[in-house]
Design a protein around this ligand. Structure first.
Ligand code: GLN
Length: 224
C-alpha cells in the first residue's frame, strides 16, 4: 500500500516537501484545518518557515493539541528547521515553546547574519555525506538522553532522532538528494522502528509493522 504523508501546510516551504515526498513515491495530503485530521495518514511533515507564525496558526486553527497528542502517541514526524523549533522542549533565545515532544534545546537563527543562509555537505549517520541547505537555521544546543545525534556542522548538532521524530536544522527538501527522507520513510514509517540506531542493523529484532496498523494515533479512514 502506498504511504500517505500529511504535510502541515499553514506557512513555509510545504510545497517543496510535497514535491520531495511525491518523488519518493508517497501520496501527499495537506493539513490546513481541523477536518484534515479526520483523514488517514502515516506520518506528518512539519516544514521550514517561521516557527512563530506556524505556532500561532496551529493554535488559532485548533490543530495544536490534536497534533501534539498524535506525536506523543507515536505518529512519525519529519521536521525541518522551523519544524525542529516547533518540536523542541526549549528554545534558548525565545520564551515561547510549542509541541515540546523532542528533548532538545534549540537556538533560533543560530548562525548569525553572515552565515544566515549557506550550503554545505557533511556526514549524516549511516548515509555518508549529504548536501545540507541552511536558511536562518536553528542550532541544537543540548540533547536529552533518549536523543541520537545524526549530523553536526562546525561543532553544532544539526539533526536528531528521538523515537518517532526525526528533526533537522537544514532543508533536504530544497535539494535533489532525498536520501534522508527515504531513510525516514523506510525506517520509521514503513518498518515502525523507533529505537536507537544500533537497533536498526540488519537482523534486528524489532518487528516490521505495516504503518496502517497503528490505531493509537490513526483515525479510521472513511475514504475508499
Ligand atoms: N528562523 C526561522 C524560525 O526561527 C526558521 C527558518 C527556517 O525554517 N528556514 O522559525
Amino acid at each position: 500500500m502506498t504511504l500517505r504523508i500529511a504535510v502541515l501546510s499553514l506557512q513555509g516551504d510545504f510545497a517543496e516537501h510535497e514535491s520531495a515526498l511525491r518523488q519518493c513515491g508517497t501520496e501527499v495530503m495537506e493539513i490546513r484545518q481541523r477536518a484534515d485530521l479526520q483523514k488517514s495518514f502515516d506520518a506528518l511533515v512539519i516544514p521550514g518557515g517561521e516557527s512563530t507564525v506556524i505556532g500561532k496558526l496551529l493554535r488559532e486553527l485548533e490543530l495544536f493539541s490534536l497534533l501534539q497528542e498524535q506525536i506523543r502517541a507515536g505518529l512519525p514526524v519529519f521536521a525541518t528547521c522551523a519544524g525542529l523549533i516547533l518540536l523542541a522542549n526549549r528554545i534558548e533565545n525565545d520564551s515561547a515553546t510549542y509541541f515540546r515532544t523532542l528533548d532538545v534545546t534549540v537556538r533560533r537563527n543560530a548562525y548569525g547574519r553572515q552565515l544566515g543562509s549557506f550550503y554545505t555537505e557533511d556526514n549524516f549517520a549511516g548515509l555518508g555525506r549529504v548536501p545540507m541547505s541552511f536558511i536562518r537555521a536553528p542550532s541544537i544546543e543540548r540533547v536529552g538522553t533518549g536523543v541520537t545525534v545524526l549530523s553536526e556542522f562546525n561543532g553544532k548538532t544539526t539533526a536528531v532522532l528521538q523515537g518517532n521524530q526525526l528533526a533537522l536544522a537544514y532543508h533536504p527538501e530544497l535539494l535533489a538528494d532525498h536520501r534522508i527522507l527515504t531513510w525516514f520513510l523506510e525506517r520509521i514509517v514503513s518498518r515502525g522502528i523507533t529505537g536507537p540506531l544500533s537497533n536498526t542493523t540488519p537482523g534486528d529484532t524489532l518487528k516490521a509493522r505495516h504503518p496502517r496498523n497503528r490505531p493509537q494515533y490513526r483515525k479510521e479512514s472513511t475514504e475508499k
